[in-house]
Design a protein around this ligand. Sequence first.
Ligand code: AHG
Ligand code: MN
Ligand code: MN
Length: 337
Amino acid sequence: MKRISLTQYLVEQQRRQGHITPQLRLLIEVVARSCKQIAISVSKGALGDVLGSAETENVQGEMQKKLDIIANEVLIEANEWGGHLAAMASEEMEGIYVVPNRFPQGEYLLLFDPLDGSSNIDVNASIGTIFSVLKKPDGSAGEAVAEADFLQPGTGQAAAGYCIYGPQTMLVLTVGNGVAMFTLDREQGAWTLTHDGLKIPADTKEFAINMSNQRHWAPPVQRYIAECLAGTTGPRGKDFNMRWIASMVADVHRILTRGGVFLYPWDRREPEKAGKLRLMYEANPMSLIIEQACGAATNGRQRILDIVPGRLHERVSVILGSKNEVERATTYHTDAA
Ligand code: AHG
Ligand code: MN
Ligand code: MN
């Protein structure tokens, strides 16, 4: 079988389809190269002294792991000099990181969750990196880039993707023209296209939610999950299976591969927060990927990609995956309103 590399895929997207610009192609290649470097650190584990806590807190008030910081630094260093970016934003940094003056400024903005699923690092379970690419708004050329430039709805993403560090290291990408998966060939150090045009089945019998939060959920989520759990004896008339990896990347990857529905809803533990997951570098890129694979993603009331962010680190309630299940769970919310 003829192998297609990430570079070849991107050149074709640029040349034939007109989906990406040369600058965006460079950006994606640099992010993919960063993920390769992060994958090397991840796989070294204790041998590379990368496990455990860094004993520092990020802006979200979460303890940082060593790998959260390593991955963040890898992405910043790799992306700041190429001339393809104006600024970056990350889960691990409070403010935006403007490309230093000594480098040329590009037209794109890059957002990332450098290391997703931090609680899985030390137990050797799958983790990932999530990224989202926006364009610096028109009319702001020449002006200093500001946090406000990032506050665009997810529909404006020029590209989105994630890398999963699992039994295989894979890069999953959309440039708005379907979803492609690349597997890292470790001997050659090359990303090779292994799936293209991914489609999530509209129906599923598998849900993913952190069940330990059940008593804190709102009634629509209680209803939806109770009906799944009732299986053949309930209104759904079929048995459901459950999975929860606690890495959004790994849960989304399973859903892309065989269908399913993922929920991280608002709950009563911290009622002032819309949810646990962050809109701009977790929910938005994943929602674009899921929609591009014929799935759906809402916050229970509206399409996630339509939300206009008010803040860089804004949180959001998330329901995503197989279309018919997402629609059902969303209807339970809108009916209850
Ligand atoms: P992060 O490691 O980037 O902070 O994200 C963790 C997120 C997400 O990956 C996962 O779905 C969820 O948090 C797990 O939450 P629980 O610990 O509540 O299961
Ligand atoms: Mn995360
Ligand atoms: Mn993270």
